[in-house]
Design a binder for this molecule. Structure first.
Ligand code: HEM
Length: 392
């Protein structure tokens, strides 16, 4: 088997995208021997097809490259339909755009406080000082935690985020099991004192019946734990990547400050350009031939959403920021098919408010050092040091 690609090769913030552009041209169905061997789909059409055809491309065997298997199965991501469906149905009503809009004042207060601390210091690392704190604090509110539990979750979630992204395995394991304990505690609390099912995700999961039976306790705990983790890291990486982009484009900063109504469209385009995932995976249930390459059944296949979103066959001038793309609906930032992001409305709210508050805090900001790239399975900023200035 040929080895086309080394995901462990050194990268800069921009270099992975340059490599992926080359692979889309020369080797769009990639094989790598790394991590026990995996395939990677680079073209938009192939990624969209694999994400949609869930009967052929399943997630229950391996849902991410590299495989990180410290713990048990975590719905909804680790299950295929129909087993996946009750977990997804329980979460969806609590994550609709309308339900999530109610969180905006909380998100804004959290963002404003964090940015004020950075401004007082003249700047800071947008990932470590902002992106790693905000989503977990918002989550704690979404999960209706009391103030002690909010503080504990914010601390564990932030440490987990930093540990995963810096490949610190010991701290990752320690904080991962801490997050599991917290999920277990929330489930026990809600079992003792349920909240209304249209207000609380844990209570909604506890109320589900499949053929008259409740969902297994460990799977409910796994769901809470899954939502916690997928909801923590992606927003942090994207906020960092957007800060890098805006630091390099003071004209765009000025435009967005002058007309905040542009923000929702700008966030969609930022999500297209800086889709933070390259490692979500599927496994084919039978041999599949894509662009004349045959992938045997049973081998992991990464859907490289970050590459698909810069495919010139779908997006004109794919590396440029263009706020008025006529086909923005083709962006795969939130995936496609049964596992598409159930938290997209929350993610959009967090990103919009986070960037609005960053832009409002000072007349300008610039990079104060080289941004550091994050690693597989994410892609984007691990660190984005900025300094605030007087004029854009
Ligand atoms: C910038 C932020 C985010 C991005 C770009 C993002 C992107 C994605 C993508 C691409 C998938 C599909 C995975 C696959 O195809 O295997 C996904 C799934 C998922 N996301 Fe997000 N996500 C973000 C934030 C969030 C947040 C804040 C939550 C919190 C609720 C969340 C919850 C989930 C869950 C539970 C799944 C699994 C859904 C399922 O398997 O049915 N995500 N996300």
């Amino acid at each position: 088997m040929s080895h086309d690609y080394d995901p462990l090769a050194a990268e800069s913030f921009d270099s992975a995208h340059a490599d992926y552009a080359r692979l889309r041209e020369q080797c769009p169905v990639v094989h790598s021997d790394t991590w026990g061997g995996f395939w990677a789909l680079m073209k938009h059409d192939d990624v969209a097809t694999a994400a949609t055809e869930w009967q052929t491309y399943i997630t229950s065997q391996q849902n991410v490259v590299p495989k990180v298997a410290f713990t048990g199965r975590r719905p909804p991501l680790h299950l295929d339909p129909p087993e996946h469906t009750p977990y997804r149905r329980a979460l969806s009503p609590l994550l609709t755009e309308r339900r999530i809009a109610r969180l905006e004042p909380v998100v804004r207060t959290i963002c404003r406080d964090l940015v004020a601390r950075m401004v007082a210091n003249g700047g800071g690392d947008v990932c470590a000082d902002y992106g790693a704190h905000m989503p977990v604090a918002v989550f704690a509110h979404w999960m209706n935690l009391d103030s002690d539990a909010i503080d504990a979750l914010v601390d564990a979630g932030r440490r987990y985020n930093v540990a995963v992204q810096s490949a610190d395995m010991d701290t990752t394991k320690e904080t991962s099991s801490l997050l599991y304990d917290m999920a277990r505690e929330v489930v026990a609390d809600r079992r003792a004192t349920p909240l209304p099912v249209d207000e609380d995700a844990t209570s909604a999961l506890l109320a589900v019946r499949v053929d008259g039976e409740p969902l297994p306790e460990e799977m409910i705990v796994g769901t809470i734990r899954q939502v916690l983790v997928v909801g923590l890291i992606a927003p942090s990486v994207v906020i960092g990547s957007i800060a890098v982009h805006l630091s390099r484009h003071p004209d765009l900063q000025a435009e967005l400050r002058a007309d905040p109504s542009l923000m929702p469209a700008a966030i969609e385009e930022f999500l297209r350009l800086y889709a933070p995932y390259r490692g979500f995976a599927r496994t084919a249930t039978c041999p599949v031939t894509i662009r004349e390459r045959t992938i045997p059944a049973g081998e992991p296949i990464a859907l490289v959403y970050a590459s698909a979103n810069r495919d010139a066959d779908v997006f004109d001038e794919p590396d440029s920021f263009r706020i008025d793309r006529p086909n923005m609906k083709d962006s795969l930032a939130f995936g496609r098919g049964p596992h598409n992001c159930v938290g997209a409305a929350l993610a959009r709210l967090e990103l919009r408010v986070a960037i609005e508050e960053l832009l409002a805090a000072a007349p300008s900001f610039t990079l104060a050092g080289e941004p550091k790239p994050t690693r597989f399975p994410e892609i984007g900023a691990l660190s984005a040091p900025i300094r605030f200035g007087v004029a854009a």
